[in-house]
Write a protein that binds this ligand. Structure first.
Ligand code: MN
Length: 409
């Protein structure tokens, strides 16, 4: 598949990708767009040019503030839109060529792609769960007894999910010094978590279950997810009910939603699950994705340093198992719900997905290119996460989620 557009071979937004997002130009109305190379295709204008003829789509669905109504058209329609765009982008006589529908990417502002009703965060990387267990509990028995039997998760806070580019203030809260009474103040252990999140594309009714076999049909696409974490607040508050204010102050996502169809060629087998899982968690076929991930820290006024290179294929629990487990009790899910993977760490220390692990709870500071060191994040640090798949000359990527840590308010 070739296109008449000039696209760099290292662009995340090849003709094989075509992710969906919400954009605006010069403070104008928000609308639905598709990324291709250095351009955004305005789908409302593309529709008016006849790109989606015979599809009987109400063009107002492309003029909404969020993708939720677009996603609600269903995969048969949204997939067809992607295929039509691929056909037009490879057809020299397409009315898209040289049209107003192509907006230069450097002219657009990207917005939160979906209205997130509910957000769940899993804990599905065995390397991450083992590292945290070793640091905080027992080096000999790092995983808790339930971990290999179910995808552990907790209900997060949807209201504080923000898009790439929105800066984050260091949170204040209650922490407990090793000696003495609890104190109140800015977190001293600010961290990122390298995660991926999937977006629910098909709602269920209260009482319904989603089987592992049907799960992928309920997933529209994915984004990069930085689950900001205040480790000192988290450590003091988390017993016995789990994460709360150490997590809920912010999570940042990349603006382009890459569809599961675009990610299909990059499926790989996951790690073997031993002991075997219960029947409702059994899956067939390859459900992990070979997706390269990286994290950079850029101190204020300095150059960036890559501090982690990880891969989404390491996940012990896959998304089908997460969604099946989430709904096994009849919990309903809605279009736009976001479900994050949990921190994605690999086996080697340079593939750990959080400062907590990279600096081993502050014991081994991480060296940056400018000569400075980090145990956790400093005010003024910009954290950038990137992710892409590449195979047989096809590249499908997520762009980035990039946000700066500002001092506490
Ligand atoms: Mn997390």
């Amino acid at each position: 598949m070739n296109t008449w557009l000039n696209i760099s071979p290292d662009s995340d937004f090849s003709i094989h990708n075509l992710p969906f997002g919400i954009f605006s130009v010069d403070g104008g109305l928000k609308r639905v767009g598709v990324a291709i190379g250095d351009f955004v295709i305005d789908l409302k204008i593309a529709h008016s040019l006849g790109v989606f003829t015979k599809m009987e789509i109400d063009q107002e669905v492309f003029a909404r503030e969020y993708l939720n109504d677009f996603i609600a058209l269903g995969k048969p329609v949204t997939n067809q839109i992607r295929i039509k765009l691929q056909q037009h982008l490879s057809d020299n006589s397409s009315p898209l060529k040289n049209s107003d529908a192509l907006v230069p990417m450097d002219k657009v502002t990207m917005h939160l792609p979906v209205k997130v009703g509910d957000y769940t965060d899993f804990y599905s990387s065995i390397e991450h769960a083992t590292n945290v267990g070793k640091m905080f509990r027992d080096p000999e028995n790092a995983l808790l007894p339930n971990w290999k039997h179910l995808p552990v998760g907790y209900h997060g806070r949807a209201s504080s999910i923000v898009v790439s580019g929105v800066d984050i203030h260091r949170p204040k809260g209650q922490t407990k010094p090793p000696e003495g009474d609890p104190v109140y103040g800015p977190s001293q252990r600010m961290d990122f978590e390298l995660e991926m999140a999937f977006i629910v594309g098909k709602s269920t009714e209260l009482g319904d279950q989603i089987s592992t076999g049907n799960a992928m049909d309920h997933i529209f696409g994915m984004v990069l997810f930085n689950d900001w974490s205040a480790r000192d607040i988290q450590k003091w508050e988390y017993v016995p009910l789990g994460p709360f204010l150490g997590k809920s102050f912010a999570s940042s996502i990349s603006p382009w939603v890459v569809t599961m169809e675009a990610l299909e060629p990059f499926k790989v087998a996951g790690p073997e699950q031993d002991p075997p899982v219960l029947d409702y968690l059994k899956t067939d076929g390859e459900l992990n994705y070979d997706l390269n991930l990286s994290v950079e820290i850029e101190p204020e006024g300095s150059e960036p340093t890559v501090v982690s290179n990880s891969n989404f294929k390491y996940m012990y629990w896959n998304m089908a198992q997460q969604l099946a487990h989430h709904t096994v009790n009849g919990c309903n899910v809605n279009i736009g719900d976001m479900m994050a993977s949990g921190t994605i760490s690999g086996k080697s220390p340079d593939s750990y997905g959080s400062m907590l692990e990279l600096s081993w709870a502050g014991k081994n500071p991480v060296k940056l290119n400018d000569g400075s060191e980090r145990k956790f994040l400093n005010d003024g640090d910009t954290v950038t996460m990137k992710g892409h798949c590449e195979k047989d000359g096809k590249r499908v990527g997520f762009g980035e989620v990039r946000s700066k840590l500002l001092p506490a308010k």
